[in-house]
Design a protein around this ligand. Structure first.
Ligand code: NAD
Length: 378
């Protein structure tokens, strides 16, 4: 008998609907131990609730998150709301005795993240945080190559670089939204928006930053407010974090993390590279089929492997077909469901509360580093 995971969504915007799309394709997962059903949705906007009406399993549509949390038909709640609401709503989910897939950045700041982590521990509920790109085939190959068992094959590690780049904010006429305002997005700005994506794999591989020097930039300080005027755009646009990490007995390896809303030409580009003296790996969603592997033989070369659809959780999709955003988002949910059911079986799991707190510790230190123009220890 497959276990049934009944999900409620609070926040049916961009990501809430992406989750619904993943559940609607759940049957593509092969021999998967958990069935999923979207049973309830909460959003403040009538038009979004109307959109969810087309999903037959949804029994409750409400503007009141407390009503959703009282529903006996909800086991797990996915919360995808602006950052200033994370702490309040995540704590309500836990108090209602539900499990939680939280959205990043897991609270508006470090203090909120720590409170959520403590509440999660005290509640005994199953809590994870969203970050989907590592579930693509390319990043999984990077994780395997850089895992503690394999990393010695890369020789001495020279450096690690990872980032997440957006470009649409280069257009100064793009209207303001909550992600561009500190009161809703948080003082950490772009780090809260894009940072967890860059941190997930390094954190999972145990590469904890020991110190950070951060360069933060605010480029556009005003944007159209959508009503004919201008509004203050006070968040950090771009962040480059220069960190030192220890890997095994190798100390102080440079690790650079980049989170940018102003990266020329990059629509939603997540990338990572691990470079060593004998080998290296490199992947970017800009080339979603390509895994680049550095080989130092008699000649040095970067080899390109054409990746197929080798997902952590097998699906019916042909093995040679390309993987994209909806695929990795489905895989992330599969990882959540498998772990929720005690069936992860050593596969790569979603971001843990401790990893989310670690990311906030780094972002808080980065703010301090930028402010004081110093290197800040963690
Ligand atoms: N994992 C990813 O790749 C990814 C991508 C984008 C955003 N996010 C994260 O997802 C979260 C939501 O971002 P989004 O882009 O979906 O934003 P969005 O603005 O598209 O959606 C947020 C929704 O929350 C609703 N909402 C606001 N207050 C509410 C309340 N009190 N009760 C119920 N609903 C409420 C809004 O009406 C809106 O529909 C954020 O934490 C963001 O950082 C993650």
């Amino acid at each position: 008998m497959k276990k049934l995971m009944r999900v409620g969504i609070i926040g049916g915007g961009l990501m809430g609907r992406e989750a619904a799309s993943a559940f609607a394709r759940w049957f593509v997962l092969q021999n998967f131990p958990v069935k999923v059903e979207l049973t309830a949705v909460c959003d403040l906007q009538e038009s979004l609730l109307e959109w969810f009406r087309q999903i037959p399993t949804v029994k409750l549509l409400t503007k009141d998150s407390a009503e959703l949390l009282r529903s006996p038909d909800v086991d797990v709640v996915y919360v995808a709301v602006p950052h200033h609401l994370h702490e309040k709503i995540y704590l309500q989910v836990l108090a209602a005795g539900k499990d939680l897939l939280a959205e990043k950045p897991f609270g508006i700041d470090l203090a909120a993240a720590r409170k959520i982590e403590q509440a999660a521990k005290a509640s005994g509920r199953f809590v994870r945080c969203s970050s989907e790109f590592p579930f693509l085939p390319g990043p999984q190959r990077v994780v395997a190559a850089a895992s503690p068992e394999n990393i010695s094959k890369l020789g001495k590690v020279l450096e690690i670089n990872a980032g997440f780049w957006h470009a649409s904010d280069l257009d100064p006429t793009k209207p303001i939204n909550w992600k561009r305002q500190n009161q809703f997005c948080g003082e950490i700005g772009v780090m809260g928006d894009l940072g967890m994506h860059a941190v997930h794999i390094p954190a999972r591989l145990g590469w904890k930053p020991k110190r950070v020097h951060a360069q933060l930039q605010k480029i556009y300080t005003q944007r159209p407010d959508g009503k004919g005027g201008l509004a203050a755009c006070d968040t950090w646009d771009n962040a480059i974090l220069h960190c030192d990490v220890d890997i095994g007995d190798q100390a102080d390896i440079p690790m650079r993390l980049e989170m940018k809303r102003l990266a020329p030409g990059a629509t939603n580009t997540w990338w990572i590279e691990v470079l060593g003296t004998d080998g290296g790996v490199r992947f970017s969603t800009a080339e979603p089929k390509s895994l680049w592997t550095f080989v130092r033989g008699k000649e040095q070369c970067w080899q390109r492997t054409d990746l197929g659809h080798g997902m952590p959780f097998p699906v019916i999709t042909g093995g040679i077909f390309e993987a994209g955003f909806p695929d990795c988002f489905l895989q992330m949910w599969a990882a959540y469901a498998a772990e929720w059911a005690g069936e992860l079986n050593g596969k790569f799991g979603c971001v843990t509360p401790a990893e989310a707190v670690l990311s906030h510790e780094l972002f808080a230190a980065a703010l301090q580093s930028h402010l004081t123009k110093t290197v800040v220890p963690l």
